[in-house]
Write a protein that binds this ligand. Structure first.
Ligand code: X2X
Length: 338
């Protein structure tokens, strides 16, 4: 250990006098995201990039590539690209990685996560640890959590208070077939498509509605593409993971790995803060802002919400088998003890 420390400090010494040391590093590390700043997701990625640049004195240069452009917008193929090293780094939604990592569907089990405290108990507890272990075993280093948010339902047709109101509505979804199952159970017609295709589909009326965090709703100005009804039901939550492909992770010195990891943790805390702004009990200003756009915002009563819970119970049970009953049990315990 002592020898190691000696070697490490010798290396740092060499690095400071020898420009060739940094030549092992790429001149740019590509960071994949779906949405850019000012979406909280993009803000979290930018903060990570900025902190790493600062703390490495400009030696480590990362750049955001939003729109999952590194996989031509096909966000559900992002994980494979990170794994293979076609993407160096990413800030990624568990939804988009769930087609390759079945356990990731845990966050999309309908109505598992009742509130932010539960979300924190999952990501910050044994469930988060297990998910990170799985990601690591597949060749990707997970560093920290950030947040897209609770996904709320929006549509152009009518106020939705019960599954009956959703009957026959065409709803854009993304991720694994879990989302198809859930919306089918509610009586809707789900259509899988990428974020790149979602807005045009809403604009033309090819789909009637969608589900996304409300920060996505406001920043993407979904009210301008006919989304006049919002139902807050918090049926699933969508955490984000800061990650680095092992293809590049293993090239960094332990000190630089630590810089990158700590920067992700700090950027994650910031990202979670901005993702929740205006959507908490103490500050519900974002709901007000949306109402101010002429949108009907419907907060379900417990009784109304329960109808959706009941309707999706079979889906929850089916997907518990796919996610892994032990992991789901762990998650339920974390939520109960939050
Ligand atoms: O496509 C979406 O809905 C988005 C932006 O929320 C994700 O990438 C999961």
């Amino acid at each position: 250990m002592k020898l190691y420390a000696l070697l490490a400090s010798a290396l740092i010494g060499v690095a400071s006098i020898s420009p060739s040391f940094a030549a092992d590093y790429k001149s740019e590390y590509k960071v994949s995201t779906v949405v850019p700043a000012p979406f909280p997701w993009g803000l979290a990625a930018d903060k990570w990039i900025e902190l790493v640049r600062e703390r490495s004195d400009g030696r480590i240069n990362m750049k955001a590539y939003p729109g999952t452009q590194l996989v031509a917008g096909e966000q559900t193929k992002e994980f494979t690209a990170v794994r293979k090293g076609a993407i160096d780094m990413s800030v990624s939604s568990t939804i988009n990685w769930s087609p390759q990592i079945p356990e990731m569907n845990i966050f999309a089990l309908p109505f598992l996560i009742p509130d932010y405290k539960a979300m924190d108990a999952l990501t910050g507890g044994p469930v988060g640890e297990e998910i990170f272990e799985i990601v690591r075993s597949k060749g990707v280093e997970p560093l920290a959590w950030a947040e897209n948010g609770f996904r709320e339902l929006t549509n152009s047709k009518r106020e939705v208070r019960s599954p009956a109101d959703l009957e026959g509505m065409k709803i854009r979804v993304v991720g694994s077939p879990l989302f198809n199952d859930t919306f089918t159970a509610f009586g809707a017609n789900p259509a899988q498509m990428s974020w790149a295709d979602a807005k045009p589909a809403l604009t033309t009326g090819a789909v009637d509605g969608q589900e996304n965090p409300l920060t996505i709703f406001t920043i993407a100005k979904m009210h301008l593409v006919g989304q006049k009804y919002v139902t807050t039901w918090g049926y699933v939550a969508d955490p984000l993971i800061f990650a680095v492909s092992h293809r590049v992770w293993n090239d960094f010195t332990p000190e630089d790995q630590e810089i990158i990891r700590q920067a992700a943790i700090d950027a994650g805390a910031y990202g979670i803060e901005v993702a929740r702004k205006g959507l908490t009990e103490g500050d519900d200003s974002l709901y007000k802002e949306i109402e101010g756009l002429g949108v009907t915002v419907t907060h379900l009563t417990d009784e109304e919400r329960q109808k959706f819970v009941d309707a999706s119970r079979g889906v929850y049970e089916k997907w518990t088998e796919i996610v892994g009953p032990d992991l789901v049990k762990k998650a339920e315990e974390s939520v109960a003890n939050r």
